[in-house]
Design a protein around this ligand. Structure first.
Ligand code: MN
Length: 499
């Protein structure tokens, strides 16, 4: 890929100064990698450019992409980090250094420990500067796209690591595009039989359903326009192969149960338009009961927002429809990267250097980074317990519960009233004496269900938490707090026994 071709991949065109920086990094890295080949026989530098193009497509700007061009230079060439520092300054150098450190994964030792060790590195990098992790994800995506060139044992190891570590991280950062492709590529190497089966079945379904989807797109567009709603786009979208397979498995391989192989997406300017459009869709096509999901008022834990409905479309065929604004659309494809598109570079500098939050970054995301730093301080970096805790909090499916006032508390599955209490406030946590779920008294080890209203009963006077709560709590956040409070009260807490 030439420099000119790379520049066409940017979601937003670069200004002159930005283009100059990218050009400089391109030429510098191309020169450094000169003569190096990859296993596939391709010039090594092609990998650096392809990685950079992925980042440009999700909306990353000149500094991140310049660092991406340079990402393998210190590790794989004669050129040192000091030389990069001299030429490109501290910010880009720090990003490149972050990637290099992230790249030095340990390969030998106990499998589980290794995985946690690698995960730890990613989390640390994430707390430091999320851009490093974005570059790493793009790097991994290009390596997965070219995995055919490696021997089978390596393919399997890399695919597994991608499925277990990188795809969930892409998901946590809300980058649907990258997550979907990482999963599909891993699936292909980990379970080729089911991969081919699902892919072929999807192709078949596509052919059958395409004409209905096209007709629905045409009818919906006309209906919305005649109702005076400004339509930005109506298009069809295909499900990713691995997600399709998981759905199939969930329904005992019964294809008839999977309604969202192809969905129709309606993009309208504002949030009120979304709800109005939903009404118009339902006037045109009868909705299925219980299938309307309002992720605008109740976003998914990774920030995903949209209205979803399933309807009887043309000829009575079942069809999923997703309604969203252009910004929600970008956020669902590019996740955290979309914030670079929608906020000024200055506010991001401030955010990254910890000075203040940019105006439109959801509080939650900041909380999340803050929490990482705290856990790290509490447990030190090497504790296995700390890492396992992170895994649970980050990768488990989440549920939403409500306070009696209607505030949303986001918890992992199987969370208990203790987790809920500490998520609301540590002070409420320690004073807990009992709990109610949907108005009924429940034990403290009760497993909260999605959508329940949870009320924590507390003592008037301050009190220390019960030691048993460490075992009852599911989130590392609550466990950490309980330990801190016990320590403060002079109660020593031993290691938690394994059950
Ligand atoms: Mn690389």
């Amino acid at each position: 890929m030439t420099l000119q071709e790379l520049l066409t991949h940017y979601k937003n065109p670069l200004d002159q100064k930005q283009r100059a920086l990218v050009t400089e990094a391109f030429e510098f890295a191309e020169h450094a990698h000169k003569g190096q080949k990859r296993k596939s026989g391709e010039d090594y530098f092609e990998h650096s450019v392809a990685t950079t193009a992925i980042l440009a497509e999700i909306g990353m700007r000149s500094k991140t992409t310049a660092a991406a061009l340079l990402h393998d230079v210190p590790e794989d060439t004669e050129v040192t980090l000091e030389e990069i520092q001299k030429k490109f300054g501290p910010e880009i150098t720090k990003l490149v250094d972050g990637i290099t450190k992230l790249g030095k994964f340990k390969l030998r030792g106990d499998k589980k420990e290794l995985q946690l060790e690698n995960l730890r590195k990613i989390f640390l990098a994430m707390a430091e500067d999320i851009r490093v992790v974005l570059i790493k994800l793009a790097d991994r995506l290009h390596n997965m796209r070219t995995l055919d060139a490696l021997p089978p044992e390596k393919q399997e190891r890399i695919a597994r690591e991608t499925m277990e570590i990188y795809a969930p991280i892409a998901n946590r950062l809300g980058i649907g595009e990258i997550k979907g492709e990482l999963e599909d590529l891993s699936f292909k190497f980990l379970d080729p039989k089911n991969y081919e089966f699902s892919r072929d079945l999807m192709d078949k379904v596509f052919k059958e359903r395409k004409k209905y989807v096209d007709l629905a797109i045409k009818e919906l567009r006309e209906e919305l326009v005649s109702s005076k709603i400004k339509v930005i786009d109506v298009h069809g979208r295909a499900k990713h192969i691995y997600r399709f397979f998981l759905k199939l498995k969930k329904y005992d391989m019964n294809m008839q149960q999977v309604h969202d192989v192809m969905a129709v997406r309606v993009i309208v300017p504002g949030i009120p338009d979304c709800y109005e459009a939903l009404g118009i869709v339902h006037k045109k096509y009868r909705p299925l009961v219980g299938r309307i999901k309002d992720y605008i008022s109740l976003p998914k834990p990774n920030g995903y927002r949209s209205l979803h409905t399933t309807v009887f479309g043309p000829s009575g065929k079942i069809l999923e429809i997703q309604i969203r604004t252009p910004r929600m659309h970008d956020e669902s494809e590019f996740g955290i990267a979309a914030h670079w598109i929608y906020s000024s570079p200055q506010s991001w500098r401030d955010y990254i250097f910890g000075r203040r939050a940019p105006v439109d970054i959801p509080e939650k995301e900041l909380e999340w980074v803050k929490q990482l730093r705290e856990w790290q301080k509490e447990f030190g970096q090497d504790s296995l317990e700390y890492l396992q805790g992170l895994r649970i909090d980050f990768f488990q499916n989440h549920i939403f519960a409500f306070t009696p006032k209607g505030d949303i508390i986001d918890l992992p599955e199987e969370a208990t009233p203790i987790d809920f209490a500490y998520a609301v406030h540590s002070e409420i946590g320690s004073r807990t004496t009992g709990a109610k779920a949907d108005g009924k008294l429940v034990p403290l080890d009760y497993k909260i269900r999605n959508g329940q209203v949870v009320e924590i009963l507390t003592s008037k006077d301050p009190k220390t938490p019960n030691q048993d709560w460490i075992r009852i709590a599911r989130t590392s956040y609550a466990k950490t707090r309980i330990r801190q409070q016990l320590r403060k009260a002079g109660i020593m807490v031993g290691l938690v026994r394994k059950e």
